[in-house]
Ligand binder design. Structure first.
Ligand SMILES: CCCCC/C=C/C(=O)SCCNC(=O)CCNC(=O)[C@H](O)C(C)(C)COP(=O)(O)OP(=O)(O)OC[C@H]1O[C@@H](n2cnc3c(N)ncnc32)[C@H](O)[C@@H]1OP(=O)(O)O
Ligand code: NDP
Length: 299
């Protein structure tokens, strides 16, 4: 992304300190990059320390500023507290949190075990709540105003066949945000959400279109605008919601999907025609991706 891709003035986020969970890759990385360009000090967390370090180095090399990678598994409440202690003890309070980290894979629901359900919900539902709660306690205790942005999916409004644990978990975080927007409004804490449509990333393609390789998302005939999302489009919306100028916006969930969910539902219902063999092949491919990522985890 270049400076010209952003619609905001230089220094919009000067003095802000923002944590992006899952900020080492994909959508988290591009939002972290936008916040860095706009003057924020940015923290990114994930379980693969090397991925975080590479991202921070790459983006500071391109844009200057300060980005810090912190290996942390958001399923672990103690690890979250350790991470927040490190941030708070090195420069003060966060002023923003982006709940972006997620796990997902396509599966027929009858093929899931409870461990499979937990693999998703412990990241998306429990993990996002845990980070929000840990930050919220500190903000309230210290009288700090802050903004929380959670990255959802349009299926919080219409469900999603074949990604049921994700749909349930994201819907829970949608309701968390609406509830806390009210409960914490007088503390100066805002909560909003973005529901992106398709923004092709490696992490998503490998788990949601696992058997298509490089051809996934090339056919855009059922996209009303004839295309998928462009990363800077998401980054601009995230920067707006995180900026102090958006102070009166709270409790909202904004779709950015080129109207696809209104046109087609925007999810994976076409997989109803998949055979047992196709599901077995998908599962094997997802397993291989997870094994590769697991080998790099340091948290
Ligand atoms: C229009 C487009 C909208 C798109 C909207 C949303 C997109 C996204 O969310 S994309 C984000 C994708 N990124 C990621 O998922 C990154 C992180 N992912 C992971 O860490 C793994 O993929 C994980 C989610 C599976 C979690 O890993 P881990 O906890 O290490 O999981 P295990 O390998 O130990 O497995 C636990 C459990 O889950 C079962 N399982 C795994 N894969 C499948 C599968 N394909 N089908 C069914 N079940 C699966 C696995 O078998 C284990 O259960 P047990 O066998 O009972 O032990
Ligand atoms: N791409 C798309 O089209 C869409 C994406 N989304 C949402 O956007 C967000 C980003 O997705 P995307 O960029 O595509 O996918 P990625 O796989 O690139 O991003 C997921 C990130 O979450 C991190 N993560 C996963 N589990 C944990 C954990 N337990 N603790 C800390 N970090 C964790 C991963 O790092 P690590 O494995 O190192 O921990 C990774 O960096 C997600 O919330 C996703 O649901 C929503 C709609 C559409």
């Amino acid at each position: 992304m270049t400076r010209d891709d952003l619609m905001f003035r230089d220094g919009l986020l000067n003095g802000h300190r923002i944590l992006v969970t899952g900020g080492g890759t994909g959508l988290g990385k591009v939002m972290a990059e936008a916040f860095l360009i706009l003057g924020a000090e940015v923290f990114i967390c994930g379980r693969r320390g090397n991925v975080l370090d590479e991202t921070a180095e790459e983006l500071m090399g391109q844009h200057g500023g300060k980005m810090v990678g912190l290996a942390c598994d958001i399923r672990d409440a103690d690890a979250i507290d350790d991470m927040l202690d490190r941030i708070w003890n090195n420069g003060g309070a966060l002023t923003g949190l982006v709940n972006n980290a997620a796990g997902n894979f396509v599966s027929r629901t009858q093929d899931l075990s409870m461990r499979g359900f937990d693999a998703i919900s412990n990241i998306v539902f429990r993990g996002s709540f845990a980070v929000t709660l840990a930050c919220g306690k500190r903000w309230i205790d210290q009288g700090v105003s802050a903004s929380v942005l959670s990255i959802l999916a349009t299926w919080v409004w219409n469900g999603s066949a074949f990604t049921v644990p994700s749909a349930m978990s994201k819907a829970g975080i949608n309701v968390m945000s609406q509830s806390l927007a009210v409960e914490w409004a007088d503390k100066g804490i805002r909560l909003n959400c973005i529901a992106p449509g398709t923004f092709p990333t490696e992490g998503m393609s490998a788990r949601l279109r696992p058997t298509e390789g490089g051809s996934a998302f090339r056919d855009t005939t059922d996209y009303p605008m004839g295309r998928v999302g462009r990363m800077p489009e998401l980054a601009n919306l995230a920067a707006f919601l995180m900026s102090p100028q958006a102070e009166y916006v709270s409790g909202q969930t904004i779709a950015i999907d080129g109207a696809r969910y209104l046109a087609t539902g925007g999810n994976f219902s076409s997989m109803r025609s998949w055979t047992d063999e196709q599901w077995a092949e998908a599962r094997q491919s997802i397993r291989a991706t997870t094994a590769k990522d697991k080998a790099q985890r340091t948290a």
